[in-house]
Design a protein around this ligand. Structure first.
Ligand code: PMP
Length: 435
């Protein structure tokens, strides 16, 4: 339709050169429900981008719409900075009830500007104030956001105050071994940097980690390695900040991804799904860290009542419907089918994931393998697969250190039939690019 083409053309003319998703996904969504988006051209797509993992319940879930409508119809204010309201009270009560044991008992919450990156900044300020130290430890391939502190903590960036640590990555193991041995060597690297006075690494104010690297290419951290990180930081009184912006609210098959390993973080960074598709970001942390002064972290948009209502409804629905367990079971079935696909497509170097956070790493099968048996990333092929998926009505996102990982982040409400349809289209797209 002219609407579709005209809108895309005007976007290309008027919007920033830095725009991202719009380049690889030239669609104009006008309606959406559950897994499905409908474009202005009338085409329908299965949406496995889900607002970069935001839409735990898919688009426009009835419980979210009802919760938002109830606030709109009640005459309650839509925005009141960080003042106390019944809507906020209900959200915090629901969120606190969901927290992992060990943190639930003595948690504090700080509402942040509505993006995940702002919550990361708050976490950094919190631990710097509490410890009186400045440095930060973060991991290769990490993604924590686009503001200065969060960006510095992200893998691609370099910042003097940030010490970069190796993240266990089975397929491209920095130590050339993969498996438990690779993870153990990564843990020892961290220990040796902290313990060797000649390493030049000052005592850090905190260590920040994603339980599954999302933007970094869907790389789940081994549970044993996360427990080692908890031990190492606890023994040295270094606050452990776990960034669950993408992994939280059932995404990985547990309500919080830290539950897989059983570690208790000092600070939990939350955004995306906790706002039920509306902007919301918070940090939840151990009470003892609460030594920062009033106003240490502020921001006008910390009081979005609609997001809190949508978030409360989402958290409650995931809990009541057991969608975290559903994500674990369905994700495992999808992973098995992806493994079967990898067996017949040499261009799939690796498939991995946890729950409904899945990744397919595309490689050049003709090239020479690396020390751990890994093949060079093929971002061109990944882009072609993404395009072929879109042509078949499937929206997927790319990620990874080389943008060579096809990422699937479907809603947790996904049915078996929908999962099959997604994988059928992906399989067909892979066949298509091979021809
Ligand atoms: N942390 C993680 C783990 C993320 O995945 C993201 C966003 N993809 C962020 C932080 C930043 O969140 P936002 O884009 O809302 O600033």
């Amino acid at each position: 339709s002219p609407g579709h083409e005209g809108i895309l053309r005007r976007q290309a003319q008027r919007e920033s050169a830095a725009r991202t998703y719009a380049r690889s996904l030239p669609i104009v969504p006008v309606r959406a429900r559950g897994l499905t988006i409908e474009g202005a051209d009338g085409r329908r797509y299965l949406d496995c981008l889900s607002g970069a993992g935001t839409l735990a319940l898919g688009h426009n879930h009835p419980v979210v719409l009802e919760a938002v409508r109830a606030v709109l119809d009640s005459g309650a204010p839509l925005h009141v900075l960080d003042l106390a309201t019944p809507v906020k009270d209900a959200f915090v009560t629901e969120l606190f009830a969901s927290l992992p044991a060990g943190l639930a008992e003595n948690a504090r919450i700080q509402f942040c500007g509505p993006a995940g990156t702002d919550a990361v900044e708050a976490a950094l300020t919190l631990v710097r104030t509490a410890t009186g130290r400045d440095g930060l430890m973060a991991f290769s391939g990490a993604y924590h956001g686009m503001t200065t502190g969060a960006l510095a903590a992200s893998g691609g960036a370099r910042h003097t105050a940030v010490t970069r640590l190796p993240y266990p990555y089975d397929y491209r193991c920095p130590f050339g071994t993969g498996g438990a041995r690779g993870a153990e060597l990564a843990a020892r690297w961290t220990e040796s940097l902290l313990d060797d006075p000649k390493s030049g690494v000052p005592d850090p104010a905190g260590l920040i980690v994603e339980p599954v690297q999302g933007e970094g290419g869907v790389i789940p951290a081994p549970d044993a390695w996360l427990r080692r990180m908890r031990e190492i930081t606890a023994a040295r009184s270094i606050p452990l900040i776990v960034d669950e912006v993408q992994t939280g609210v059932g995404r990985t098959g547990a309500f919080w991804a830290v539950e897989h390993s059983g570690i208790v973080p000092d600070v939990l960074v939350l955004s995306k799904a906790i706002g039920g598709s509306l902007p919301l970001a918070v940090i939840v942390y151990r009470e003892e860290l609460d030594t920062w002064p009033p106003g240490a972290h502020a921001g006008t948009f910390r009081g979005n009542q609609l997001a809190m209502a949508a978030g409360r409804a989402t958290l409650a629905h995931v809990r009541e419907a057991g969608l975290d367990r559903h994500a674990a079971a369905l994700g495992a079935r999808m992973l098995a089918r992806l493994q079967a696909l990898a067996a017949v497509h040499p261009c799939i170097g690796d498939v991995r994931g946890r729950g409904l956070m899945l990744g397919v790493e595309l490689v050049d099968p003709e090239a020479e393998a690396g020390p751990a048996g890994d093949l060079p990333a093929d971002p061109g092929l990944a882009a072609a697969v993404q395009r072929a998926c879109l042509d078949r009505g499937l929206i997927v996102e790319l990620g990874g250190r080389h943008q060579s990982v096809v990422r699937l982040l479907p809603p947790l409400t996904l049915t078996d039939e929908q999962a099959e349809a997604i994988l059928d289209r992906l399989a067909d797209a892979l066949e298509g690019v091979r021809e």
